[in-house]
Design a protein around this ligand. Structure first.
Ligand code: NAG
Ligand code: NAG
Ligand code: NAG
Ligand code: NAG
Ligand code: NAG
Ligand code: NAG
Length: 407
């Protein structure tokens, strides 16, 4: 299946329906978690933090409904599987009708549809894609993850170069780079220039730091990263080869506890907010005052404060205790080995967090919620295979490029 064909179908259908976009920070809102916060709660949280744009990895109707009548601009990513289904114009038309037009009519400010090209086989078509985008005045979207540069650099990568607070410069021609973000961005600018698109708008589609699951993942480094990155974004200075406003989408909004961990355990900890929508560290999205706190989700409904622990002095079968709990009383039985307690067994770093109530779950503590949430959630693929070590950037960033259409 020729990806260009799908791209052209979708692109031709969604172009030029909508006006221009506002400046402001965006976030990637992905939903691969066992429990979802209600979309309305998340939308309120976005508003409370002045977040003006979201990128969704799925045209989830519940989320799009919650974004109705807000000023939040929405970019919807078309999944590869969906793209594959768009082998003809009719299918593409149907997708656009079901996933875009309907919501635009309902006052959801969908400003763009992005097509995720997370496949190595498309790199030879990048030139065609860039031509197509340029012709339609659509930007090129790239994901840059300084974390991966650092982690994969295996000790050889200068740590400070992943951040924005004064690394020794690295000379590239007559430009001195002090951070890998600028260097990567400019690599992309140069690559596009080489194929005749030196003036193309480039969007930073995913950028962020993570807080657990890797030696470079903790709140203080995440805070260092964001508190260096955000003021730069706010200053609108761009990079040496792209000295202007950069549209940026932080990755990501919330922690996601069922996300695939093929790239590493850290995959579940990209949120600037935790699974319950609470801030993990201080940062100012406006980029001015590092000590400004993010505003957490309000009125979050948690499960009852009960924990399931091993009964003392019994032999036990560890594997059983690793099963996914299901909050029913009997789920804390394990053949008589475990017991339910009201006292938090958390100790030091080892926290036993209380899960939130599943979105759509009734207020009661009944045990009937175990399957009610699986249908309403439609999490999505994410793009974390977009590993971008500095050297390999040209080929990789081009192969993971996401193209986008304004309308
Ligand atoms: C490049 O883009 C900028 C900003 O969009 C525009 O002002 C300028 O005229 C463009 N230059 C060329 C050569 O197209
Ligand atoms: C965060 O990680 C860095 C690098 O591994 C480490 O030096 C630092 O002590 C960690 N900070 C915290 C608060 O754990
Ligand atoms: C979450 O991500 C995993 C791994 O990427 C994927 O297999 C799974 O389908 C996703 N979950 C849902 C409910 O979509
Ligand atoms: C965030 O900043 C507030 C106010 O300056 C401070 O009280 C709080 O401890 C900080 N939180 C974290 C996680 O650093
Ligand atoms: C943040 O708060 C700390 C401790 O109160 C202070 O030392 C630091 O200067 C503050 N940073 C900013 C950017 O205001
Ligand atoms: C949850 O508990 C109920 C009641 O014991 C049981 O029937 C069900 O199989 C459990 N579900 C899971 C996913 O363990």
């Amino acid at each position: 299946m020729d990806i260009m064909v799908s791209l052209l179908f979708v692109g031709a259908l969604v172009l030029n329906l909508f006006g221009s976009n506002v400046q402001g920070l965006g976030v990637n809102w992905d939903t691969n978690a066992s429990r979802q916060l209600p979309p309305d709660t998340v939308v309120q949280m976005l508003k409370d933090n002045g977040i003006k744009k979201v990128k969704l990895f799925d045209a989830d109707p519940n989320i799009l409904d919650a974004l109705e009548d807000t000023d939040i601009e929405v970019m919807v990513v078309v999944k590869n599987v969906e793209l594959d289904a768009m082998t003809n114009k009719q299918n593409a038309e149907k997708w656009v009708k079901d996933n875009v037009v309907k919501y635009v009519e309902n006052e959801v400010k969908i400003t763009s549809v992005a097509v995720g090209l997370f496949r190595p086989d498309v790199s030879d078509q990048v030139e065609d894609i860039a031509d197509f985008l340029a012709k339609n005045n659509a930007p090129f979207i790239i994901s840059i993850y300084p974390f991966f540069s650092l982690d994969m650099g295996d000790g050889g990568f200068p740590v400070d170069y992943a951040f924005f607070d004064g690394a020794d410069g690295i000379q590239d021609g007559n430009i001195v780079y002090t951070n890998v973000f600028d260097a990567s961005y400019d690599t992309c600018v140069s690559a596009l220039k080489q194929i005749g698109h030196g003036n193309m708008t480039i969007v930073s589609g995913e950028i962020g730091w993570l807080t657990d699951g890797n030696k470079w993942a903790n709140c203080s480094l995440a805070s260092r990263f964001y508190n260096g990155f955000l003021p730069r974004m706010a200053a609108n200075k761009g990079t040496p080869l792209y000295p202007r406003y950069i549209e940026g989408y932080l990755f990501g909004l919330l922690d996601e506890d069922t996300k695939g961990i093929l790239p590493g355990d850290f995959e579940r900890h990209w949120g600037i907010f935790d699974y319950a929508g609470q801030p993990k560290f201080n940062m100012s999205l406006g980029g001015k005052d590092n000590n400004k706190t993010l505003v957490g989700a309000k009125d979050v409904k948690f499960q009852p404060k009960k924990w399931c622990i091993l009964k003392p002095h019994e032999t036990h079968d560890e594997t059983k205790l690793n099963e996914m709990p299901n909050e029913s009383k009997s789920s804390c039985d394990f053949g008589g080995l475990a017991t339910e307690v009201d006292e938090d067994p958390s100790k030091d770093q080892c926290k036993f967090n209380i899960q939130i109530k599943a979105y759509g779950q009734s207020g009661s503590d009944s045990d009937s919620d175990s399957d009610s949430d699986s249908d309403s959630e439609s999490p999505s693929p994410s793009s974390h295979f977009t590993v971008v070590p500095p050297v390999a950037l040209i080929s990789l960033s081009l192969s993971v490029m996401t193209s986008l259409f304004f309308f």
